[in-house]
Design a protein around this ligand. Structure first.
Ligand SMILES: [Zn+2]
Length: 499
């Protein structure tokens, strides 16, 4: 960083993001982080993805009045999935502690975490990571924390941070959030302001279908927080509609309010926003999905343009493995007039296809290998293309994704993308262009997401949420809960609650 007028500040950067789906039984390991990003020390700054939080933070640092030395510690990003193995969690904590040394040299820490990560034996990964940081960075060193707004905020997290800010939009805005967080953090690190925080937990979870912040009750709730900020009532307000596949002991929605040393105001705003969400709980539960057969018939209708079929139960961005066969089986069982693209994760099938010849006819079992929500199916098709390695995806916060060994298998007019790793579940057209397959030439697209439709928007007309079972299914009431605190809306009758 260049020399500037004013104080010198020394700031560490720590970034660990994985969203856990506790209904996915597959453990997440260091290899899963390596597939997206695992960059220790200075390597962290060798790959700054333009839409990621580090870019937002660095841009503010570069234009600040302070002379700032940035100390990159670790960037570890993994695709959403099952709980981290306990070895993975301890290795992440070990690297962070090693990088921080004795911690005394820092004026502040910028920490970018997801907030909904769990590990084998640890419900609250972020609480553990922050505790590991606090073991070396003593209490007087301020920590500014960024979280995904689908986080589960816990006591252990709140006890250790001085400033917290969550994403403001879904689809998410990590660059902008980290940028705005850093602006406030620099005021704290340079001792210009003394923030105080209040927070409220709300005993509710709701399904994913009203999670977009561009419409409906979520927009109304988020708009209210932005209005309070614009009116100068708080430095920052974070709303947390927790992602609904997290069966952990402190689960639930929450609100966190940061003010400049006004605890009463922070408390009042947190209460008001928590009560607002609670009062809209019925609206948050409105479903907009279609049964599988109805959805594919609708998508096949020539009058309907190009249709995205959202496989809501098997959303890889929500932590499902991407191996559901439910929509694929329906497409193959029915004589569809139009062609379709379907992604599926299957390491065994992907490796088998990668060792075959282009044009070869192969018969193999596909999908349904990871859990009991759905089953494998047998298909016979022609190998159209084979690839391996990382593909850069424009606009994706993590920049690129490695699908491992992968192939396109054509079964009639259904083209199946079979990948060794879950990748991004076919949400981006360049995933297919990597195989010289042009998505524009197709009528229907199965996508393993229930909310990230933005990358396909230019080539599709409409999206349909399909009511499929799986670790990310919309129906939260029929999931096998065991650890979540009770009573919890909508699992229990909970009248008369108020913040
Ligand atoms: Zn999220």
């Amino acid at each position: 960083m260049s020399r500037k007028e004013g104080r010198n500040l020394r700031i560490a950067l720590i970034h660990v993001m994985q969203e856990t789906n506790t209904f996915n039984p597959l453990l997440t390991t260091l290899a899963d982080f390596a597939n997206v990003a695992f960059l220790e020390g200075e390597l962290m700054l060798s790959r700054v993805d333009p839409n990621g939080p580090t870019a937002g933070c660095i841009d503010v640092i570069n234009s600040s009045e302070f002379d700032i030395q940035v100390v990159p510690i670790l960037r570890a990003d993994a695709q959403s999935g099952g709980r981290l193995s306990s070895e993975t969690l301890s290795e992440l904590c070990r690297i962070i502690q090693l990088g921080l040394g004795d911690g005394t040299e820092f004026d502040g820490l910028m920490v970018f975490l997801h907030g909904a990560a769990s590990a084998d034996g640890f419900d609250d990964v972020e609480g553990e990571v922050l505790s590991a940081i606090r073991q070396v960075a003593k209490r007087h060193i301020p920590i500014a924390l960024m979280l995904d707004h689908h986080a589960n905020v816990t006591h252990k997290m709140m006890d250790q941070v001085d400033l917290l800010m969550a994403f403001r939009t879904q689809p998410h805005d990590p660059y902008e959030t980290a940028r705005d967080l850093t602006k406030i953090a620099l005021e704290i690190f340079s001792k210009k302001i003394t923030p105080t925080m209040a927070w409220k937990k709300i005993p509710m979870i709701t399904h994913q279908e009203q999670f977009l912040t561009a419409s409906g009750p979520m927009k109304e709730w988020f708009d209210l927080a932005r209005r309070f900020e614009a009116e100068g009532k708080a430095l920052s307000i974070s709303l947390f509609p927790m992602q609904p596949w997290l069966d952990v002991s402190e689960a639930g929605w929450s609100v966190v309010v940061v003010t400049d040393n006004d605890q009463t105001a922070a408390q009042e705003i947190a209460v008001e926003l928590a009560n607002h969400a609670w009062s809209k709980r019925g609206q948050f539960m409105v479903l907009e999905n279609m049964a599988v057969t109805d959805a594919i018939v609708f998508a096949d209708d020539p009058e309907q343009g190009k249709i995205l079929l959202s496989d809501t139960g098997d959303s890889v961005l929500g932590g499902s493995p991407g191996d559901s066969t439910v929509i694929l089986e329906a497409l193959l069982a029915r004589e569809m007039q139009h062609n379709s693209l379907v992604p599926i994760t299957d390491p065994v099938a992907a490796r088998q296809l990668a060792s075959s010849q282009i044009g070869e006819m192969v018969t193999l079992n596909l999908g349904g290998w990871s859990n009991s929500f759905y089953s494998p199916i047998q298909v016979t098709g022609r190998v159209k293309a084979i690839r391996e390695g990382a593909v850069f995806l424009q606009g994706l916060p993590q920049g690129s994704v490695d699908m491992g060994k992968s192939a396109i298998l054509e079964v009639g007019n259904v083209s199946i993308l079979v990948t060794e790793f879950s990748g991004v579940g076919g949400i981006h057209p360049d995933v297919y262009r990597f195989f010289d397959v042009e998505p524009n030439d197709f009528k229907m697209f199965v996508m393993k997401t229930a909310s990230n439709f933005q990358y396909m928007r230019e080539i599709t007309t409409k999206f349909v949420r399909v009511a499929t079972p799986g670790p990310t299914q919309s129906d939260v009431q029929s999931l096998p809960w065991s650890r979540i605190p009770r009573p919890m809306f909508p699992l229990d009758i909970l009248e008369g609650w108020s913040a």
